[in-house]
Design a protein around this ligand. Sequence first.
Ligand SMILES: *Cc1c(COP(=O)(O)O)cnc(C)c1O
Length: 339
Amino acid sequence: MNLARFPRIRLGHMPTPLEPMENLTRHLSGPGGGPRLWIKRDDCTGLSTGGNKTRKLEFLMAEARAEGADTVITQGATQSNHARQTAAAAAKLGFACHILLEDRTGYTDAAYTQSANVLMDKLHGAHVSRRPGGADMAAEMEALAAELRAQGRKPYVIPGGGSNPVGALGYVNAALELVNQAAEMGLRIDHVVHATGSAGTQAGLVAGLVALNANIPVLGIGVRAPREKQEANVLALAQRTAAHLGLEGIVRPEHVVANCDYVGQGYGIPTEGMVAAVRLLAEKEGILLDPVYSGKGMAGLIDLIGKGHFGRDENVVFLHTGGAVGLFGYPDAFGVSAD
Ligand SMILES: *Cc1c(COP(=O)(O)O)cnc(C)c1O
């Protein structure tokens, strides 16, 4: 595997820190202690408050530039962190940026529809337009691309979440980074746990870890689709990513595991577990999670620790994928009263 063969433009602060969560470990451990909890701080990638999409955009924006594009188009939910990081990357690299936001929650309050990520999309100069929930967003992007081409622009279309074999290279790179960090620290990682949505993060991690023969299982905590669908999406993308790396056939179904028991009523809709997880990390570790992804991912991790899913002597790394800006889109979800 040789990632340097692929065009890449540096956008993030890397390596991101890999840190122990001592207070949380103590708080959650049963008699005898453990599992030991660690956090990989991909919320600290630096680009417009950071997050996991930065790593994907390093490869996607490089491909856009290599193809001679002058405009990028992408899509996401109203409070999309991917849209915000894409807008920032486009701003930095001198591309025009068009963002299509799908209303997946039905929330109409100004905090959700105008603040947080949406405010930042606009601060970065992106053109933002809205689509109703359930719209065919890929088709909407293609229609916009055709319109822009007719005006003489050269658009490059980035799929939702930046999840294709090019974007997933960002998480192949993260797998390399994590394994090297662990080796330097003398840390045996037994599990990686993170929130999984459009699948690129888990697909890249799995492809990278399998390619490295790291023998580290990854557990994706779903935020939208049911388990079978999520696992199928991740597996298909992990296999395409491996093929893109010239390693066709290395990723097998048993490498892809998702748990989608923590979605609640749907994508972007708060759950009690998410609220408890966001509050707990804020209070015990001074770390901000987000309401849509990392809060539900951590809610899953906490619940699974309570059920004895991990061994007492195991080291579990939670990959913090970012998104805390989204908290400002959910001001009433956390039971924090105004004074
Ligand atoms: C997009 C996102 C995820 C999910 O990553 P995918 O690659 O889409 O599966 C997780 N956490 C945050 C904060 C995100 O913005």
